[in-house]
Ligand binder design. Structure first.
Ligand code: IMP
Length: 224
């Protein structure tokens, strides 16, 4: 497909310095590629073919760029990377390896009430931090800011634990659905109102293992 973020309808880069993001091959989401051995090269071959919105190369270039910006901004200071489970587990794992700082990783498990493709904004904590974050610089890592309700809730929850600072990093932002305004300090991509899956994002707990971020068509969404 060889498109850059700004070339693909429905996607724009999270900040101005991303024009050098690598092009995406946009292929290989659902068993389309076969290795020279004749075996499928994609481990998620049984999943249906989905349109790629953001390819793996484009994502990895953006994650590296975010990591450089974060490292520059924190300038050698120790940082707590707070990965919001489950959706940001792949993003946080890749991002952590792009931040050359003394880094601690913590996990916060959350479950949004609502159906499988829309959050109600009511958030349940399913797994809390294992260590205090008081007096630490904390970076909350989210997969996507959609209505903004979850991030807003989590920023308040984290702030109440008296960190030295708290900032928000999100790979994706869907501004068209915003209900609560949250400031995203580090943003990967702004996307149109698609339901997307892959690279950690799910629909009904499926598709998280897709290496690209793909559009889930309404025909595959079955919300009650
Ligand atoms: P909120 O609407 O900003 O509160 O987002 C809540 C959560 O809904 C996000 O952290 C995601 O886990 C999930 N979510 C929102 N939009 C999508 C999507 O397009 N694909 C997959 N998950 C999504």
């Amino acid at each position: 497909m060889n498109e850059r973020p700004s070339d693909r309808p429905g996607v724009s880069s999270g900040d101005v310095s991303s024009d050098d993001a690598a092009a995406s091959d946009g292929a290989g989401v659902a068993g389309a590629r076969v290795s020279p051995s004749g075996r499928p090269s994609d481990p998620v071959a049984p999943l249906p073919s989905l349109e790629v919105l953001l390819g793996r190369d484009q994502i990895s270039a953006k994650v590296a760029e975010l990591g450089r910006r974060i490292a520059d901004d924190y300038d050698g200071k120790p940082l707590v990377l707070l990965c919001v489970l489950k959706g940001s587990f792949i993003f946080a794992a890749d991002l952590a390896r792009c931040i050359p700082l003394p880094l601690r990783v913590e996990f916060l498990g959350v479950k949004s009430y609502g159906n499988d493709s829309a959050s109600s904004g009511a958030v349940q904590i399913t797994q809390d931090l294992t260590r205090p974050i008081e007096n630490d610089h904390v970076l909350l890592v989210e997969d996507i800011i959609d209505t903004g309700l979850t991030a807003h809730f989590l920023l308040e929850l984290v702030s109440a634990r008296r960190p030295k600072s708290v900032r928000l990093c999100s790979l994706l932002h869907k501004p068209s659905r915003q209900e609560k305004s949250v400031f995203i300090d580090y943003l990967g991509f702004t996307i149109d109102d698609y339901f997307v899956v892959g690279y950690g994002l799910d629909y009904a707990q499926t598709y998280r293992n897709l290496p690209d971020i793909c559009i889930l068509p309404p025909s595959l969404i079955n919300d009650e």
